[in-house]
Design a protein around this ligand. Structure first.
Ligand SMILES: [Zn+2]
Ligand SMILES: [Zn+2]
Ligand SMILES: [Zn+2]
Ligand SMILES: [Zn+2]
Length: 404
């Protein structure tokens, strides 16, 4: 990667778009990609080139190279699927002779293809990935003097969070629809919202020299600081009824400047705006109480769920009663061993070993309780959709705090 140059990678991508230009969605992204290449000088060599502009910003250059690499791979995969050289996972599923974990996972995610954020086929998924990569390239091109968006999230993350709205969000989460949420989880969700506000404040500070744009301000900066101690909870903060804000008017070429992150984006359908808003919010975080990366934001339900399945989709089984139902947590198994099998376990270190060895990957079709509202969710796919929707709603609370 170190020795790579952007103009070669950009040229490769332009080439890889060519065999796919019978697909209307790809045509659109190909056009946007070409505009990006032209605007930033990605295909140029010399002092006007993007390679030259980024000669001292290796982290941005590497990010762009890695995006171009991903784009190239996505396009090649799409080409191989269309040519019949590679079987997409949706067809592997139809053959239904698969039962290893990975295919079960795909199955669970594919089940709800009616969901707007679900993907019916691998090609659909690739189309969405291509669009997302091109969006990222656009975002990076407006911030070449600043850290990449992800870094800004991390900077925001490290700021001391003393936000009156944390308490307001905790109340909104616990008082309304999600009353089964523990205080620890509600706080985690509220802190994620604090990071979202800080991110926008950060973006706003960077852009406040642009006088002709609407100045958005966090209401918390204007209101009485006492708001945090006595909170009248407005009905408008009711989770389950929140929606994304309407987009500002587009210019003739279909672009607009997002009034929250100030990125210039290309909007082809209302769905593109929705996707952009959710990419600003990064709505998904891990809700496992013991998670070591609890502050990590995920851009998509799939990325978040992948983390959940990889690290937390587990249950515990008792060696003495193999036919018994499994336990949701290590603590439940420990209690069971101590109360039911007193005679068989002699000391606590033996219990530790039995708890440790009782841990197993949970089947994808195992019923699991929603950690926020306690509803029983029948499998991993339903869990993703249901808990994902709660998280989107919580993230949308952020808009309640922005004043024009
Ligand atoms: Zn935005
Ligand atoms: Zn986790
Ligand atoms: Zn037992
Ligand atoms: Zn729920």
């Amino acid at each position: 990667m170190k020795d790579d140059v952007i103009y070669q990678a950009a040229f490769q991508c332009t080439k890889s778009f060519e065999p796919l230009l019978s697909d209307p969605k790809i045509i659109e992204d190909s056009a946007r990609f070409k505009v990006w290449v032209g605007n930033v000088g990605a295909s140029r060599i010399g002092v006007n080139s993007l390679d030259f502009k980024l000669r001292d910003s290796s982290h941005i250059k590497n990010r762009i190279l890695s995006l171009l690499d991903d784009l190239h791979e996505c396009l090649n995969n799409a080409d191989a699927i269309i040519k019949g050289e590679r079987k997409p996972w949706d067809q592997c599923l139809e053959d239904s002779q698969v039962d290893d974990n990975e295919d079960e996972y795909i199955d669970a995610l594919a089940k709800d293809s009616s969901n707007t954020s679900g993907f019916g086929t691998e090609l659909d998924q690739i189309r969405a990935d291509v669009a997302e990569i091109v969006n990222c390239l656009y975002q990076l091109s407006t911030t070449t003097q600043a850290p990449a968006p992800h870094d800004q999230y991390m900077i925001a993350h490290h700021l001391v969070i003393e936000d009156a709205y944390i308490r307001l969000d905790i109340s909104a989460i616990m008082v309304y629809e999600l009353r089964e949420t523990s205080l620890a989880l509600a706080t985690r969700l509220a802190e994620a919202n604090a990071r979202r506000r800080r991110y926008w404040t950060f973006r706003q500070t960077r852009n406040n020299h642009k006088k002709d744009y609407p100045q958005f301000q966090l209401a918390a900066q204007e209101d009485d600081p006492e708001i945090s101690s006595a909170i009248p909870l407005p009905e408008s903060r009711k989770i389950n009824t929140l929606d994304i804000p309407v987009p500002p008017p587009q210019s003739e070429d279909g672009t607009l400047e997002c009034p929250y992150c100030f990125t210039v984006i290309f909007i082809s359908t209302p769905q593109t705006w929705r996707e952009h808003i959710y990419s600003d919010l990064r709505p998904y975080i891990c809700l496992e109480e013991s998670c070591r990366s609890a502050g990590q934001h995920y851009l998509t339900q799939n990325q978040w769920m992948e983390h959940v399945l990889q690290h937390h989709w587990r249950n515990w089984r008792c060696v003495f009663c193999p036919s018994a139902t499994s336990f949701e947590s290590s603590l439940d198994l420990r209690r069971h061993l101590e109360s039911r099998h007193e005679d068989s376990v002699s000391n606590s270190s033996q219990v530790d070993i039995l708890v440790q060895s009782g841990k197993q990957a949970k089947k994808l079709d195992t019923c699991t309780a929603c950690p926020l509202c306690a509803e029983t969710l029948q499998d991993a796919g339903v869990y993703r959709q249901h808990v994902g929707r709660h998280q989107e709603q919580v993230a949308l609370l952020v808009f309640k705090d922005i004043k024009k």
